[in-house]
Design a protein around this ligand. Structure first.
Ligand code: P5A
Length: 445
């Protein structure tokens, strides 16, 4: 993309309404625009990051054997009357009446709708296990939407629903989700710690939230720092293997890690004092096992291998896709701006032309642009007439992990400069070597 033809409305001033760094940086970097309280347009740069995150979520869901689909944002109220949640959900639910006087709602989640789909089409244990998911906009009329996309009213969520014949099978589905979520967050450059959680309006008695540690998080968290070093790394996981998934879950859930909702001082006191940590965290996902809470009242029954009709065991599993954009920035920025992890960056690198209009510099930048594109990389080429200082400031603000700087002085020596946004370190190398280096960095991403 050439910056002169792009739409990147960066702000010079820091917007007064933004209280936390991710909100400030998303506004300053021209990623979002607020349209109403807690409702945002995703401008081109923000939209690119949202899409990258969504792609990682899809990829890891399908790796775990989960099936993508799409349900609508608007739902009939009658489905929620069947489960009893139409009245229980309260004021967070946005209720709508259509021209025929029918009650609808803008979905805050989809347990009822998926249960309806299931009961219409599945009748036998032979069709289980089944996990269906979608990534769709949700609406919750939060009393205090704040912190930009972190606590929006309209927000983008991946929500997956599991159907199993009994509790053991459903717990495997739960474990499989936990493992796939750990992989998902790691690919985004995040460490998200699973913590025992309350179940709130979703229900059930088994639930974990995934928390990214950050001072601006809304939850207070308490944990054994033995968990902070755990990574899945390149581990290959067989998602059909119950023991393997259970072992990983055991590894991640044995050290103490809870939010203020479930915190127990007496149990925490058993962790050696030097390892006890308390801080704040951002909830980027939550998983639930709730058995037959929806299948029983809604009649989602299947025949088991003895020919008996039994309600199916269910769970639901969510990732805050739009919230993750903010959470990643909270975890990865400095005083100059955002620092995108390679896994989610909106462009793979920036190209800064120090002397726009100089035929040598222009030709070298065009050649770099073509060479990077031919390697499957997407550069953002700053071909504007801004002075070098302003170009660097924009690059630092929008946070692309790598920048190639091209100017007549370097070209006279046959080199360009490759700079890491994270370390700030630069290296002079030939344009060909710079392309090669970036292709290596992004291989497999
Ligand atoms: C699980 C999937 C559920 O709704 N039903 C379907 C279950 N869980 S949840 O914890 O309530 O939400 C899942 C994730 O969505 C994000 N989230 C939000 N993001 C931005 N703004 C909001 N107002 C908001 N509310 C929830 C969180 O990341 C949460 O973990």
């Amino acid at each position: 993309m050439r910056l002169s033809r792009y739409f990147l409305p960066v702000l010079k001033e820091t917007p007064a309404e933004a209280q936390i760094v991710s909100h400030r940086l998303m506004l300053r970097a021209g990623m979002i625009r607020q349209q109403a309280a807690g409702i945002y347009s995703w401008l081109p740069l923000g939209y690119r990051v949202l899409r990258r995150i969504e792609e990682i979520v899809h990829d890891e869901q399908q790796r775990a054997g989960h099936i993508p689909m799409l349900m609508p944002t608007l739902q009939p109220a009658d489905l929620w009357r069947e489960s009893g949640r139409y009245d229980d959900y309260g004021e967070e639910m946005l209720r709508i009446t259509d021209r025929h006087g029918r009650d609808l709602l803008y979905g805050p989640t989809n347990e009822e709708m998926i249960t309806d789909i299931f009961r219409a089409h599945v009748a036998s244990y032979k069709d289980l296990p089944l996990t269906l998911y979608h990534i769709q906009w949700k609406f919750r009329d939060e009393i205090r939407p704040r912190f930009g996309v972190m606590r929006g009213r309209e927000f983008y969520m991946k929500d997956g629903y599991t159907f199993d014949i009994d509790k053991d099978a459903a717990v495997h589905a739960y474990n499989r989700h936990m493992v796939s979520y750990l992989r998902t967050y790691e690919r985004m450059g995040l460490q998200a710690i699973p913590m025992r959680a309350d179940t709130g309006p979703i229900g059930g008695d088994l639930s974990h939230e995934f928390l990214v540690l950050a001072d601006t998080g809304e939850s207070e968290v308490f944990y054994d720092n033995a968990i902070a070093g755990l990574t899945l790394g390149g581990r290959q996981v067989n998602y059909d293997d119950r023991d393997e998934c259970a072992a990983i879950v055991h590894e991640w859930t044995t050290p103490y890690a809870r939010t203020d909702e479930t915190h127990d001082e007496a149990v925490f006191a058993e962790v050696p004092e030097a390892r006890r940590e308390s801080s704040r965290g951002i909830e980027v996902g939550q998983i639930f096992y709730f058995g037959t809470k929806y299948s029983e009242p809604m009649g989602a029954v299947v025949s088991n291998d003895r020919g008996e009709r039994v309600p199916v065991h269910m769970g639901s599993h969510g990732i805050g896709v739009s919230r993750l954009v903010g959470a990643i920035i909270e975890a990865s920025h400095d005083e100059k701006g955002i620092i995108w992890p390679e896994g989610v960056t909106p462009f793979h690198c920036g190209i800064v032309n120090l002397k726009q209009g100089d035929s040598g510099a222009d030709t070298a930048c065009e050649a770099l642009y073509a060479a990077l594109t031919a390697r499957g990389l997407e550069p953002l080429y700053d071909d504007t007439d801004e002075r070098a200082g302003a170009k660097f400031a924009t690059q630092d603000l929008i946070g692309l992990p790598w920048r190639i700087t091209v100017g007549p002085r370097g070209l006279a020596k046959g080199v360009v400069e490759l700079t890491s946004r994270r370390s700030g370190e630069s290296e002079e190398l030939s344009p060909e070597a710079a392309v090669e280096r970036l292709a290596e960095i992004y291989a497999g991403r």
